[in-house]
Design a protein around this ligand. Sequence first.
Ligand code: ATP
Ligand code: MG
Length: 358
Amino acid sequence: MSAYRLGVLLGDGIGPEVVPAAVRAVDAAMAAVGAEPVEWDELPLGAAAIGTHGSAVPDSTLEALAGLDGWLLGPHDSAAYPEPFRSRLNPSGAIRTHFDLYANIRPARAFAGGAALAPDTDLVVVRENTEGFYADRNTHAGTGEYMPTPDVAIAMGVFTRRAVERVAHAAFRLARRRRSRVTVVHKANVLPLSSGLFRRVCLEVAQQYPDVTVDEAHMDAMTVHLLRRAADFDVVVAENMFGDILSDLTGELAGSLGTAPSLNASDDRAMAQAAHGSAPDIAGRGLANPVAMVLSAAMLLDWLGTRHGDARAADAAVRVEDAVRDAVRDGISTRDLGGSASTAGFTDAVVERIAAGP
Ligand code: ATP
Ligand code: MG
């Protein structure tokens, strides 16, 4: 396997603290498994790029990303940008749309020694990332919501066979590598056409995976099931808005904002992105928890391993995840988890554990 070329998009707020932590963890893990070192390409995006390139999402950055295998995206605080940049699609949305990253994969796996509400949680929410009831958020075209009069607002959901099929396949492929269970979440009883299409297409795709057990739940009932028995779920697939809501719930059941990773993927590119925001209240003080970003980077390594049949990249992903969990179990953590380690101090502990091996 020749070296992977990965982008680094530092982001705003705590981004420049947590993204370099993820780079260090990936470098240590690739060295530990004897893989070629990653070639990193740091590219301008967000607040910093407004100053240097006159755009929060420079065309040159999009062009450079197109030539890479994947990238790490730091959090962006576009609400703090000056106009007209504030009103435009935020950097994360712009990249997700540009590269059609159709699956948002959000694992929720509780930490030993973490503050999980449901300590047995080990599931993954696979969220459709391009349409559904958030059809508009990816385009900013202003067509998905409108007001025919000042007192009436109408929002539309878009569901297409193509988009549901591809995200369903992503969910079933993932389930095969886990506990072989998929739960389809929908609201077809109330929305028989739109949510009904989502449900029907997912169940059709399920027939191509006879080895995977499939069941279904209504969105409202699913929140109750998760609170009562999150441990029973393996892979959960849902449309955009339901997936957004479910993954916040499962993230909280399994841990905290500082520990929830995610990956945005298409068939040929993937973007690692922590679930949390830019946390301006603690930025620049070494307090940020890098776990979510580091685990997101591990997901990217795992994705590269699967896509390229590269066992070493997959091993490197496991090393990173194990090292993070071991460090937290050993009582090393940042302030948000009740510890006293700095961002860099926690990262040192992770890198040491990666190098020491299992
Ligand atoms: P966004 O709109 O970008 O999602 P947000 O307003 O929802 O942002 P965050 O930036 O995620 O919020 O921060 C919410 C709270 O969680 C803040 O108090 C922040 O300090 C804390 N927080 C978020 N991420 C981390 C982290 N990695 N480490 C420690 N604390 C964090
Ligand atoms: Mg938020």
